[in-house]
Design a protein around this ligand. Structure first.
Ligand code: NDP
Length: 253
């Protein structure tokens, strides 16, 4: 995406959180941004418009593709869901929903927008994966499996779509300060302690902001990344780079 050319971007799940930060960043960089989400965020900027979208539905993906115009330069597959459940307690419906939103969604949206992504010399797809596609937190079998799938899908799409002029990369965020995480922390009796302990997990000394993910997405979507494809870029303040030690051996203790 060249900063001088008028470009079009589609951001799924762009009503709030990381997706909203991505939609704001791409609009600030000069793109016309279509925010595809289940609900209208209601407060979009002039370069942004909402199109109702359920990424689990082929009909809905097709309906969005029918209204976005002939060319899409950037597709950001961000919509995602997460829930905690043991394997014993998890239902087949929960598993299937995680896969339908987190993994089939990016595939389906890319498929629906293929003609537009190929137009004008080819576009860029950025999938939002997770560090939980590399490791896992407890009770996240469906979430981790779906995000590992997103990383594999990214590689496969880069291979298959490269000859069509489409680059595909993923961003794997670590702990990002979104409403989802904030609500979770606010519910903890030891919230302040948890926040302090989270900071220690991160060699950079703090958790991430949605804007930290958005700036990485903006780079991968840009012409500056024209030779970057098939990559998973971890944005986690080195959390997954830091090896864990037992408390008795840790200088942080
Ligand atoms: P949020 O829950 O804040 O935002 C997700 C958005 O996606 C919501 O607006 C939601 O709408 C929308 N959405 C959910 N299901 C669908 C669907 N079927 N079709 C269209 N839109 C949908 O999440 P985050 O901003 O925290 O996360 C965004 C992405 O980043 C996700 O893929 C997540 O897995 C990933 N991620 C997040 C991390 C974090 O720390 N926050 C860390 C690593 C990865 P509604 O609210 O109406 O359901």
């Amino acid at each position: 995406m060249s900063p001088s050319a008028r470009t079009t971007a589609v951001v799924t799940g762009g009503a709030q959180g990381i997706g909203r930060a991505v939609a704001d960043r791409l609009a600030a960089d000069g793109a016309d941004v279509i925010v595809g989400d289940l609900r209208d965020p209601g407060d979009l900027g002039v370069r942004q418009r909402w199109v109702e979208l359920d990424v689990t539905s082929e009909l809905s993906a097709g309906a969005l593709a029918a209204v976005v115009g002939e060319s899409v330069d950037v597709l950001v597959n961000n919509a995602g869901i997460m829930f905690e459940a043991s394997i014993a307690e998890q239902t087949v419906e929960q598993w299937d929903m995680a896969m339908a939103v987190n993994l089939r969604g990016p595939w389906l949206m890319t498929k629906a927008l293929l003609p537009q992504l190929q137009a004008d010399g080819g576009g860029a797809v950025v999938n939002i994966g997770s560090i939980e596609g590399i490791g896992s937190n407890p009770l996240h079998t469906a979430y981790s499996a779906s995000k590992a799938g997103v990383h594999g899908l990214t590689a496969a799409m880069a291979v298959d779509l490269g000859p069509l002029g489409i680059r595909c990369n993923a961003v794997a965020p670590g702990w990002i300060d979104t409403a989802l995480n904030r609500d979770y922390l606010d519910r903890l009796p030891n919230r302040d302690q948890a926040i302090a302990e989270l900071a220690v997990l991160h060699p950079v000394g703090h958790i991430g902001d949605p804007a930290d993910v958005a700036s990485t997405v903006a780079f991968l979507a840009s012409r500056d990344a024209r030779f970057v494809s098939g990559q998973v870029v971890v944005v986690d303040g080195a959390r997954t780079t830091k090896l864990s030690l037992p408390p008795s051996l840790s200088p942080d203790a």
